[in-house]
Design a protein around this ligand. Structure first.
Ligand code: 8YV
Length: 339
């Protein structure tokens, strides 16, 4: 009998067909988002799962699952961010966790720029005005925005996506400043359009456009609040393509309402898809439904990576994008060969 695999969301059938020689597949064709109880029920007896960020794999889920069945060996997410996985608990329960990094860097960086430009130049606000039939005459001070070219681009979180965002600044003659847990090597800074490392306070006070590209961990939850936003220029924009929970949304809404900053471009929200509806009443915010990596080519590449990871695991090989290598030392290799 072949091992069983849960594909927890609907996705490209032609790519999924690569799995059929290795697995009996259960595919969530309806594309419903499973509750914890449903996930446990469906993971029962499965070797692995391919999922997205909507599958929360908590310590309680793993403990409940493992108490009834110990088959689960790999969870493979179609995302670079894996804050929906409790990694320590995966390791403890001998479950390998994998993600899909790198293939989305350039696409996500493109989108960060799209949001920044739309926010600074008030593109969606102006379009809504036109669509609503409000355009009666042109005026000299019509939808005045902020320049991108020649301005200072700030990047918080200078990983692979942050660096791809920085590289694009070359064509716009921008100065790039960044803050990161660790300063980058000088040669990486050079390739990232000579990005200059600054302390966190300076990043907030000196940026004309500030893009968040850091991974989400419990420590960074609401780490952008009153202190940070009050340091920003009144003309500045804040762009978030990372995770919604990093920003205290109530503080941001207040800052946008009172004009403490000029605008925000948000692709991510603390509670997706039930985001804070107060954003809808604000004109100076550009809102998108978590689509920064959504080009056809990139999403297909991400799904392919997730597939490669589970196929490697079922062959007893180390998955190329394994996050918790410690899980290997806890007997996985032996277990997978026995399957
Ligand atoms: C994913 C993302 O598509 O990669 C990430 O971390 O946020 C997106 O690119 C999304 O999380 C669905 O899993």
């Amino acid at each position: 009998m072949r091992p069983k695999l849960l594909v927890a969301r609907a996705m490209f059938p032609d790519l999924l067909s690569r799995l059929t020689p290795y697995f009996d597949l259960e595919i969530n064709q309806e594309d419903r988002i499973f509750t914890e109880d449903e996930l446990i029920e469906r993971l029962h007896g499965k070797f692995g799962m391919i999922c997205t960020s909507s599958a929360k794999i908590s310590s309680s889920l793993l403990q409940r699952l493992k108490s009834i069945n110990d088959d689960l060996k790999i969870i493979s997410t179609i995302a670079v961010g894996y804050d929906n996985f409790d990694i320590a608990s995966c390791t403890e329960n001998r479950v390998m966790a994998t993600n899909s990094p790198d293939v989305l860097n350039e696409t996500t960086a493109d989108f960060a720029w799209a949001l920044m430009m739309a926010t600074a130049r008030r593109v969606t606000e102006a379009e809504a005005f036109l669509r609503d039939g409000e355009w009666k005459k042109w005026s000299v001070d019509f939808f005045l925005g902020a320049d991108i070219h020649g301005s200072t681009l700030g990047i918080l979180g200078m990983g692979r996506i942050g660096q791809a965002i920085a590289r694009r600044a070359a064509g716009f003659g921008m100065q790039v400043i960044y803050h990161n847990r660790q300063r980058l090597d000088p040669d990486i800074e050079l390739k990232a359009h000579c990005a200059e490392y600054v302390d966190r306070e300076t990043l907030f006070s000196a940026s004309d456009h500030l893009i968040l590209a850091l991974p989400f961990t419990p420590e960074v939850r609401h780490s952008i609040g009153v202190a940070e936003i009050s340091r920003m220029k009144r003309s500045a924009t804040l762009i978030n393509i990372a995770r919604g929970g990093i920003v205290d949304e109530d503080v941001l809404i207040d800052a946008l309402r009172t004009g403490q900053i000029a605008g925000a471009g948000l692709d991510v929200f603390e509670n997706e898809p039930n985001f804070n509806r107060a954003f809808l009443d604000l004109k100076n915010v550009v809102l998108t439904p978590h689509i920064a990596s959504a080009s056809e080519q990139t999403r297909r590449a991400m799904v392919s990576q997730a597939i490669n990871n589970v196929i490697a695991a079922v062959k007893g090989e180390i998955p190329p994008n394994l996050i918790n290598r410690q899980a290997l030392h806890l007997g996985f290799e032996q277990n997978s060969r026995d399957t």
